[in-house]
Design a protein around this ligand. Structure first.
Ligand code: NAP
Length: 305
């Protein structure tokens, strides 16, 4: 198991992407801290984890990520229940679409609060409990970003001003923390998912089996987090894993003949011919590609529960 005895806390883990990160990490042996504002959702995820792996501890504490006092209490409780944290995933999020000139200011501020202040509070509140005493096994702070920080998406999809500001801001926040904490044994990395079938994008219809074909399933992205939390990513710092590129890598891996998957060099030769553009985008992230070669079915493990 990839995360045996690790303690991983995930914000926004009551549903959607955060829920599947929690399920996959628990499947891989991690003790899990679950948090969002809705205790009922968190307890449902706890029950699902218990079906997957009875040997892990699960700590459930609800609260609002935009309130530092609440976030501090949540992480203090996680520490009491689980011990020092090996990884924290700052994933809670919410957004709305309105025209920029008439955007409701309370909603505008709330989006910035959840995505910027919420992630900052998550780091500030979790830092005292992060296990940062081992250079070979660094603590991980993983952020969920969004394609909206990429210029093309921001231009093609209007009415998302605070969300787009927040997504650019998160990259800046990550950069600043990476620099300030570079002497600590802690890394900062981001998963950048494309549109995913969750409550955020499809409301109550999420996971009804009728998602638009270009949408990802929430479990598709969970493997990105598993990698960043695992020993394979110990030396990854300030990396952004863009799902547009890596979903293509997964597809190429699934179609590649087995003799092209024996080593990263064999695969790279094949990959370059199949899609030169994506190859150029990801060739410096070869550890993740090696990981995908080795664990191509990691997310689907969940479906066999
Ligand atoms: N779905 C996509 O297409 C997509 C694409 C790129 C990035 N993302 C990002 O992925 C992350 C997860 O989103 P999702 O798609 O999985 O959405 P989701 O299914 O709506 O889940 C969002 C989670 O965040 C929690 N949350 C929201 N506001 C909160 C607050 N103020 N305090 C504490 N928890 C809060 C929600 O629980 P409560 O409401 O119960 O608190 C829920 O557990 C977000 O950061 C989102 O921006 C999503």
């Amino acid at each position: 198991m990839l995360l045996e005895n690790k303690n991983i806390a995930i914000t926004g883990s009551g549903r959607g992407i955060g829920k599947y990160i929690a399920l996959l990490c628990a499947k891989e042996g991690a003790n899990i801290g679950l948090t969002s504002r809705t205790l009922g959702d968190l307890n449902k995820v706890k029950n699902e984890i218990e079906k997957i792996n009875t040997g892990v501890k699960i700590s459930v504490h609800e609260g609002d990520i935009t309130d530092l006092v609440q976030v501090k209490t949540i992480f203090k409780n996680f520490h009491e229940d689980l011990g020092p944290l090996n990884g924290v995933v700052a994933n809670a999020g919410w957004h709305d679409t309105q025209p920029s000139l008439t955007y409701d200011l309370n909603v505008f501020r709330k989006i910035l609060d959840v995505h910027i202040m919420g992630v900052y509070y998550t780091f500030r509140a979790s830092y005292p409990y992060l296990k940062i005493d081992d250079k070979k096994d660094k603590a991980r702070f993983v952020l969920t970003g969004s394609m909206y920080f990429l210029a093309t998406m921001a231009i093609t999809r209007p009415f998302r001003l605070p969300y787009i500001i927040a997504e650019y801001g998160l990259v800046g926040l990550m950069k600043a923390l990476t620099k300030e904490f570079k002497k600590d044994n802690i890394t900062f990395n981001m998963v950048v998912p494309q549109t995913t079938d969750t409550f955020l994008t499809r409301g109550e219809n999420a996971e009804d089996g009728n998602k638009p074909s270009l949408f990802l399933n929430p479990w598709d992205v969970s493997v990105y987090y598993l990698f960043l939390l695992s020993e394979y990513a110990n030396n990854y710092n300030f990396k952004l894993l863009n799902s547009f590129d890596f979903e293509e890598v997964k597809k190429i891996i699934s179609e590649a003949p087995s003799d092209k998957k024996n080593s990263i060099d064999d695969f790279f030769e094949y990959f370059k011919i199949k899609n030169e553009n994506v190859y150029q985008n990801v060739k410096n992230l070869s550890k993740f590609i090696e990981f995908l070669l080795r664990y191509p079915h990691a997310p689907s493990l969940l479906l066999s529960v």
